[in-house]
Design a protein around this ligand. Structure first.
Ligand code: IMP
Length: 244
């Protein structure tokens, strides 16, 4: 579906304001018109249950659901924090660690309580992000980054994943970012991810890396659906992106 600008519309399939802010910055400059869930003009978006066991499964669940609901191609991510001393928790449950609908502060408080008494060297952790693009289906060719070949045959999907290593501090520092940023000290940094500006975070973060790896697929997709754009031709997949 093409906007009056001539650029295809691409749905940002997230209701998380912190994440949306980051995605708009990271995806800036692409030849697409980014549309938020509430800007699609379709009323209230459906709730999507994140029932997957992996970040990738959940990202696909969200992107497929919102692409199907809107008829627009959609990008989504699923992300979270894996803490080694907690056996990988909160992981895919990061957004609802302190309960369904829990806010960032409650999740962060629960994390610090769970890690009470754990020494700095055992507080290793990483953010992970799975980024996906789902085109809900047009007649079309094939090709792209990690394309799925399931049914319906026209539906096309691409994904990329990345991680950001660091450790969890004992007390929050900084007011930037969102979620667990105030307690996340990336490896090699002396500031938390809540103490740096957005560009500095994006350059290193799991989300920045995953979406930069997905970006060529989004560009090719946009070129393929733009009126007068070149026809899609089968092509060999890209080499693996900035994955971890
Ligand atoms: P999602 O919306 O289901 O992907 O949930 C992601 C959750 O993981 C967020 O609500 C945060 O708690 C956490 N998270 C993911 N990425 C970040 C980040 O960049 N900074 C801080 N917390 C994050």
């Amino acid at each position: 579906m093409t906007a009056p600008t001539g650029r295809p519309r691409l749905l940002l399939a997230s209701a998380n304001q912190g994440k949306l802010r980051e995605l708009r910055t990271i995806l800036h400059g692409l030849p697409v018109e980014l549309v938020g869930l509430t800007e699609a003009g379709l009323g209230d978006p459906p709730e999507v249950e994140e029932t997957g066991d992996t970040f990738l499964e959940n990202a696909l669940l969200k992107a497929r659901a919102y692409a199907g609901w809107s008829g627009l191609a959609a990008v989504a991510d699923d992300s979270g924090l894996e803490v080694d001393a907690l056996g990988g928790a909160p992981g895919v449950r990061s957004a609802r660690y302190a309960g369904q609908g829990a806010g960032d502060q409650a999740n962060l408080d629960k994390l610090l309580a769970a890690l009470a008494g754990v020494p700095p060297e055992r507080r290793t952790a990483r953010f992970r992000c799975a980024a996906v693009l789902v085109d809900p289906g047009r007649a079309g060719g094939s090709g792209g980054l990690k394309e799925r070949s399931g049914s319906p045959p026209e539906e096309r999907e691409w994904h990329a994943e990345a991680a950001w290593e660091g450790r969890v501090l004992e007390a929050p520092r900084g007011t930037g970012g969102f979620g667990y940023d105030p307690v996340f000290l990336p490896d090699g940094w002396d500031r938390t991810s809540a103490e740096v500006d957005q560009a500095t975070k994006d350059a290193a973060s799991h989300r920045g890396k995953a979406f930069r790896a997905l970006r060529p697929a989004i560009e090719r997709w946009a070129e393929g659906v733009r009126p007068g754009g070149r026809a899609r031709a089968p092509r060999t997949p890209d080499p693996p992106g900035d994955e971890a």
